[in-house]
Design a protein around this ligand. Sequence first.
Ligand code: ZN
Length: 412
Amino acid sequence: MDGWSYPLNLLGIPLVCLSLAFHYSFSMKTFCFITLMVFPWFVFSQLKPTIYDKMIGFNYTDIDTSNSDIRSITELWKKYLMQRLDGFYRKIDTAGYNYWNEEEKQLYNDPDLILSTNPFLNYSQTNILSIKPIEKGFFQIMNVKGWVDDSTGKFKTQVIFYVMAKKINDKFKLYNYFYLDKEKLKVTNVKNVCYYYPSDYKFDNKNALNFANFEDSLSNLFNCPIPKALIYLVEKNPTSLMNHLGFIYDGSIGTGKHGGKFIEKDNMILSSTNENHRHELVHYFTKIINPDVIGFFDEGLATYFGGTLGKPFQWHLNHLNDNIKDKPDIDFTNENKFGYIDDKTNPQYVLGAIIIKYTIEKYGFPKVLALLQYSKKQNSFSDVIEKELGIKKSELNTFFRNYIMENASKRK
Ligand SMILES: [Zn+2]
């Protein structure tokens, strides 16, 4: 482990006591007393890494610290990550903002396209694997984030990713990997959406226009303007999508073919389906009206309008029906027991969509808006359903089973 400066600080304490002694005309006896009392505490507090130090634990192995540019970049990156973690604790959205270049600060609310995808990345250790000069005066920093598993003592990798740095007016600034990467992509603007896609991808204008119309319909339903600008990245699969942002490895993404992601703070949609990824757009509106929206309703609405995993809601309803027919003991209301059937569907999303469909058909969309107003910190979805829709918790299981069987069988 490197990058810490405890030894220097240790020398500092007797010097501080000595200068205090002179300042306040302490006797030498008093000086020795203060030093002896304070020194052990100071040694202890400095040598024992705080939980803060542990999390931001910063290691590098193959870095040429004799090179002043590389030393500056290492310092910049370390200071940024510390500020970012501190900001995360204290809920300061702009923490570390000034470490980024002006152009990307204008473009994104949160210029860090890696950490904005998953706030929990703030918590893990960062290890720099390399810092290398690349094209156009940029340096590429390769990192691995993760933590040491206390039970095995082994390092668990969370993500491996690139970030970049470049000297602007004698000072290094951070850049996203995507900053250079997007120069290699094709761009098409349709209304407020800026689409980026690889050169071998056949852009479908009709899909893009349908997406623009869908934006307008949601804007009417939510009584909320469409986003000023959306960045929309299309790729063949979720892995390639994340590669464009700078991820080399991301342990959290599924292996499914049809992934999508909405990066809330940056108004950015990633889609491995097509130009009309409705599911992710719904999240833009739900998060605008309530950032603390209950996930069950949020994903339910997104799935109702845009399906999930590349298939429409009705397909998932039928799929669920096929799976529950001969299983009378399933408890639909238990998220832990009914969270997974197979890789093709997400049962909780489908149940959420059932509640949304039922609500729209029985009460109209304003009632959906009422469901979305509840905070996930204070309410469970079943409490809200009981309060707003009058379906008691004890009746919810039967409600889901009957709904699935009736609505799936209608098609046959
Ligand atoms: Zn979603």
